[in-house]
Design a protein around this ligand. Structure first.
Ligand code: CP3
Length: 346
C-alpha cells in the first residue's frame, strides 16, 4: 500500500499542501489518551508499551478521538520511544513519568549495541496502520517519529530531564559519540516512518519536542543535519512532513529549512510571528492547551484569533500549541472542534 487514496482529497492534506480549504482542518496532539474515559477503560491493567504493540488496541485507541470529535486527522497511537523498544533497547514508559531507559547511552560501544530498525522489528505497526487506514476511510492518518535530539535526550539522560545537561555534555564534549548516536536514531526514525507510510499513513510528524532547549548555533551544528536527513527521506515517500517542537521561537526558521512542509508552532509564539519565521510553508497550531479550562466563550474567542492569524499562512492546520492536558474535559475539545469547523473562512 501507499498513502491512503481515500484521504488524498481531505481538508487536512490540502492545507498541508498549501491549497485553499473550505474550513480550517483541526486535530490535537495527544488527542488519544488520558483525557478520554473510553481510553482509560480499554487501557485498564495494560501497560503503555504493551498497548502500543497490540494492533487491535492501537486501532481502537487511535479511533476514539476521531469518533468523539470528528477531527480532520488521526494520529497513530504509539510513542517516540516505541521503535527503540522494538529493536531491543531496555526501556519502559512509567505512568506519570514518561520513558525510562534502563542503561543510559554514554559511550560509542553503547551506541553500537543498538541495532538498526528493519520492518521485521515492527510488523505489529504495519498491521495496526493497515487496520486503521481501512477504518478511517477518508480521514487521513498521521504517522510520527521522535526526532534525533529529543529521542537522544531520553537515551542519554535515562529518562525525562529539565535541562538535558548530560545530553548537551555529550553533544559538545564527545562529538564522535554524539554523531554516531544521532545517525543511529535518524536511521531508526526514517525506517519507522517508512513502515508507517508504506502501510498507508498520509502524512508524518517529526516530534523534536525538546529542541527548544538548544541555541540556534547548537541546533544548526549538531542537530539540524540529522533531522534534515530524516525529513529528506520522508519527503521521498511523497507525504507532507510536519516538524514540531516546544519553545522553539528561535528555531522556527531553521526547523522549516530542515525540510518541513508544515511547521508546528507552540503557543508561546504568536501565530503571526511563527508564520513570518517559517516563510513559504504551512503552519500547525497553536492554541494554548490550558485554554480548554477557560469558559467556552473565552476559549472560542482565542481560537478565532488563531484561525484569523492562520489566514496569512501558506496553509494552516489548527491544533493546540502542545499536547492535550490529561485533565482536559473532552466536551470542551468537542466544542472547540465544532467551533473551528464552523468558522467561516470566506
Ligand atoms: O494522541 C497522540 O498524540 C498519539 C500518541 C502519542 C503518545 N506519545 C502517547 C503517550 C504521541 C504522538 C507521543 C509522542 C511523544 N512521547 C512525545 C512527543 C510529543 C510531545 O508531547 O511533545 C514525547 C516527548 C514522548 C515521551 C513521553 N511519553 C512523555 C513525555 C510521556 C508522558 C508522561 C506522562 O505520563 O505524563 C509519555 C507517555 C505517553 N505517551 C502517554 C501517552 C498516551 C501516557 C501514558 C499512559 O497513558 O499511561
Amino acid at each position: 500500500m501507499s498513502p491512503s487514496p481515500a484521504a488524498a482529497d481531505s481538508v487536512f492534506l490540502a492545507a498541508a499542501r498549501g491549497e485553499a480549504v473550505s474550513h480550517t482542518p483541526v486535530w490535537y496532539m495527544r488527542q488519544a489518551g488520558r483525557s478520554l474515559p473510553e481510553y482509560l477503560k480499554v487501557r485498564e491493567g495494560i501497560g503503555m508499551l504493551e498497548s502500543c504493540m497490540d494492533p487491535d488496541l492501537v486501532v481502537e485507541i487511535t479511533m476514539q478521538p476521531v469518533r468523539r470529535y470528528g477531527v480532520d486527522a488521526a494520529i497513530f497511537f504509539s510513542d517516540i520511544v516505541l521503535p527503540l523498544k522494538a529493536v531491543g533497547v531496555d526501556l519502559d514508559i512509567k505512568p506519570g513519568v514518561g520513558p525510562v531507559v534502563a542503561e543510559p547511552v554514554r559511550t560509542l560501544a553503547d551506541v553500537e549495541r543498538i541495532p538498526d530498525l528493519t520492518p521485521e522489528h515492527v510488523t505489529f505497526i504495519t498491521q495496526a496502520v493497515q487496520g486503521l487506514v481501512g477504518e478511517l476511510g477518508a480521514t487521513p492518518l498521521i504517522g510520527f517519529a521522535g526526532a534525533p535530539f529529543t529521542v537522544a535526550s531520553y537515551l542519554v539522560e535515562g529518562g525525562p530531564s529539565k535541562d538535558h545537561a548530560k545530553t548537551k555534555a555529550m553533544m559538545l564534549g564527545a562529538p564522535d559519540v554524539w554523531d554516531a548516536l544521532m545517525r543511529k536514531i535518524a536511521q531508526i526514525a526514517s525506517a519507522y516512518l517508512k513502515v508507517q507510510v508504506d502501510a498507508g499513513a498520509s502524512a508524518v510528524q517529526l516530534f523534536d519536542s525538546w529542541a527548544g532547549a538548544l541555541t540556534p548555533q547548537d541546533y544548526t551544528e549538531h542537530v539540524m543535519p540529522h533531522s534534515s536527513r530524516v525529513l529528506a527521506e520522508a519527503g521521498e515517500l511523497g507525504v507532507p512532513r510536519i516538524h514540531f517542537g516546544v519553545g522553539t521561537t528561535n528555531l522556527l526558521t531553521l526547523m522549516g529549512e530542515a525540510g518541513a512542509d508544515v511547521v508546528g508552532i507552540d503557543w508561546r509564539t504568536p501565530l503571526e510571528r511563527g508564520i513570518e519565521l517559517v516563510g513559504d510553508r504551512a503552519v500547525q497550531g497553536n492554541l494554548d492547551p490550558t485554554l480548554v479550562f477557560a469558559p467556552t466563550d473565552v476559549m472560542t474567542a482565542r481560537a478565532a484569533q488563531v484561525i484569523e492569524a492562520g489566514r496569512s499562512a501558506k496553509g494552516h492546520i489548527f491544533n493546540l500549541g502542545h499536547g492535550v492536558i490529561p485533565s482536559t474535559n473532552p466536551d470542551q475539545l468537542k466544542k472547540l472542534t465544532d467551533f473551528v469547523h464552523s468558522y467561516p473562512l470566506g
